[in-house]
Design a protein around this ligand. Sequence first.
Ligand SMILES: C[S@@+](CC[C@H](N)C(=O)[O-])C[C@H]1O[C@@H](n2cnc3c(N)ncnc32)[C@H](O)[C@@H]1O
Length: 292
Amino acid sequence: MTSVTKHRPKRSKKKRPPLSAGSVSKHLLYQASVQNVEAEIDFVDQTYFDLRCRRAVRLREDFCGTGHTSCEWVRRRETNLAFGLDIDVDTLAWGRENEIARLDPSQRERVSLLQRDVLSPGDAVGMDCILAMNFSYWLFLDRPSMLRYFRGVRESLADGGVFFQDFYGGSESMEEREDERECELPDGRAFTYIWDQHRYEPVTGRMHCKIHFAFDDGTEMRDAFEYHWRLWTLPEMRELLAEAGFSKTTVYWEGDELDEDGEPTGEGNGEFTPTETGEADPAFICYIVSEK
Ligand SMILES: C[S@@+](CC[C@H](N)C(=O)[O-])C[C@H]1O[C@@H](n2cnc3c(N)ncnc32)[C@H](O)[C@@H]1O
């Protein structure tokens, strides 16, 4: 599945010693292969502005991991505030030491990484935007727990607040398969990202996915990340969001990348526009945008 990862910008290449499984952080590899925080924040910032005719200020990143997206938010404007919520102490610590530490002092003051369950956000409320990205919310395996999460998100939004989720689907999402993609760190060093849809149970909808990384020296980082998810559908999500009280949900669908003859290459182009239908793409990615 190629489109599970969003369109990524090209990075500059410099000569460095090749990577090896024992010599690089899995979080750096994840950021370089899975995340595209610049494009994600572009979408969030512009969509909120289009919907509300004003700029968002307070953003909460649920399941924030290293807080990579929160850091991008506070870099964007000097009024922006970010709150990242995650339960994993070690991942948050890596984020503080490696992401927050790279911010300048004024940016650092405007981002808080909080060790909190997204179901108990405490004072991380009154948000203009809440983000649940890279499908993390699929860890809620049944309707009651997903509904509880969505209700909590809605209550955490300020008036006019907007909830952003990404979503993937299509026939390939139900296959047990591995897909590889060549990636590189910002310093140009190459590695292979392996998305492993390890197990899928059609009766329960449960899936077990893994991320592995492989390197040119023959070493591998197996099971760097593992996810026990339910593979939800878009109509199920929109029905639950409505039940949770959101006044409107809109699906933004990714356009096709075109080759020099104007023919679709089969890859996404990173541009997302509203649709009420979508297309029967075997591997699609989209955003769900829900208004309080
Ligand atoms: C797939 S990562 C998402 C990282 C990042 N948000 C991204 O967009 O790539 C999922 C994260 O969710 C965190 N997590 C799992 N259950 C959680 C919960 N109930 N509350 C907060 N964080 C949770 C995990 O610790 C992990 O860091």
